[in-house]
Design a binder for this molecule. Structure first.
Ligand code: SF4
Ligand code: MG
Length: 333
């Protein structure tokens, strides 16, 4: 079976002054059907830019896909017109974000906003849409949905708002849900509940999820497969069990050390010294992690590591793994 999503050599640039600088540099990966794939890294690593590239939601005139191919469900989608993409967005691929308040419109009721999604993509009347909205709210664990449907976003807690966002995202049973830091703004208990919910709806709807997060704790809870990104590139990819058993890339290893315990979930990655280079100062050769890497060697600044297969289904881009093999499968590199 073909993967649900294949991204090949994706390059996304941002305009600074007159020039474009790449925030995503030749990234390739795939998402299989019914799988949850985590994309992990610090902020500024290109995770969100990548998902906005897939959705064609990059800020106009500033962000631009400059190369590569995005294939969704067997169809190349990166050349689609805005109108064609609109049909796919919200229906086949939908997205949820960190702060639901910014995605929900404060002046309309929850029911009105759910209806909009349903009427936009499905051939039903208003009455049916209302019934369906109530059923959707119920399916994401919202108590008394027939009451909530007539309330406004500010009347709900952060966790409830995120549930509403999830109900909107799954309203048309998308094949792929992209969740960008969906639990980051929530407290620990609510965070765990939302992750449970996402796991459940993945099973019930048999969809795939891309889970974007800076938190490896979230990855361990919910993901099947993990992609670690650093400075616009994939530095490691494998299944979740292998990643935690044997993190290979020094960056992943540092991220592991930075997993907070459940009771002290503060800003995780403060513990890794230094900063992700900005897209303007990205080194053109060598390893982009070299200035922060505790294992850096002299050649790390002259040789650019490529993503290679070091073990079965375990890829890493680091010069320490000199016996790694080039990737063969499609979407590999
Ligand atoms: Fe560290 Fe060198 Fe590996 Fe980069 S290539 S992660 S600098 S050891
Ligand atoms: Mg982000």
């Amino acid at each position: 079976e073909t993967p649900l999503l294949e991204v090949k050599d994706l390059q996304t640039g941002f305009k600074i002054g007159k020039d474009y600088y790449n925030a995503v540099e030749k990234v390739s990966f795939k998402v299989d059907r019914s799988k949850i794939v985590g994309i992990v890294g610090e902020s500024g690593c290109g995770k969100s830019v990548m998902s906005l590239s897939i959705m064609q939601l990059l800020p106009q005139g500033i962000g631009k896909v400059r190369g590569g191919e995005i294939t969704f469900d067997g169809k190349n989608i990166n050349k689609l017109s805005e109108r064609e993409m609109n049909k796919i967005r919200g229906k086949d691929i939908s997205m949820i974000f960190q702060e639901p308040m910014t995605a929900l419109n404060p002046v309309f009721t929850i029911g009105y906003q759910l209806n909009e999604v349903l009427l936009n993509h499905e051939n039903i009347n208003k009455k049916e849409a209302r019934q369906k909205s109530i059923a959707l709210l119920k399916s994401v664990g919202i108590p008394r949905p027939e009451k909530i449907v007539d309330e406004y976003p500010h009347q709900l807690s952060g966790g409830m708002r995120q549930r509403v966002m999830i109900s909107m995202a799954i309203a048309c049973q998308p094949k792929l849900l992209i969740a960008d830091e969906p639990t980051t703004a929530l407290d620990v208990t609510v965070q765990a509940q939302i992750l449970e919910l996402l796991k459940d709806i993945q099973k019930v709807n048999n969809m795939s999820i891309i889970m974007i997060t800076h938190d490896l704790g979230v990855v361990s809870e919910i993901c099947d497969e993990v992609i670690v990104m650093y400075a616009g590139k994939i530095v490691e990819r494998t299944d979740v069990v292998k990643l935690f058993e044997e993190p290979k890339h020094p960056y992943t290893q540092l991220l592991m050390g930075a997993i907070p315990k459940m009771d002290e979930r503060k800003e995780v990655l403060d513990t890794i010294e230094g900063l992700v280079p900005s897209i303007k100062d990205m080194p053109q050769v060598g390893c982009r992690f070299a200035n922060r890497c505790p294992k850096a060697m002299p050649e790390c600044i002259t040789v650019t590591p490529e993503l290679l297969e070091d073990d079965v289904d375990h890829e890493v881009a680091c010069l320490l793994y000199e016996n790694s093999k080039p990737l063969e499968r499609v979407g590999g590199r």
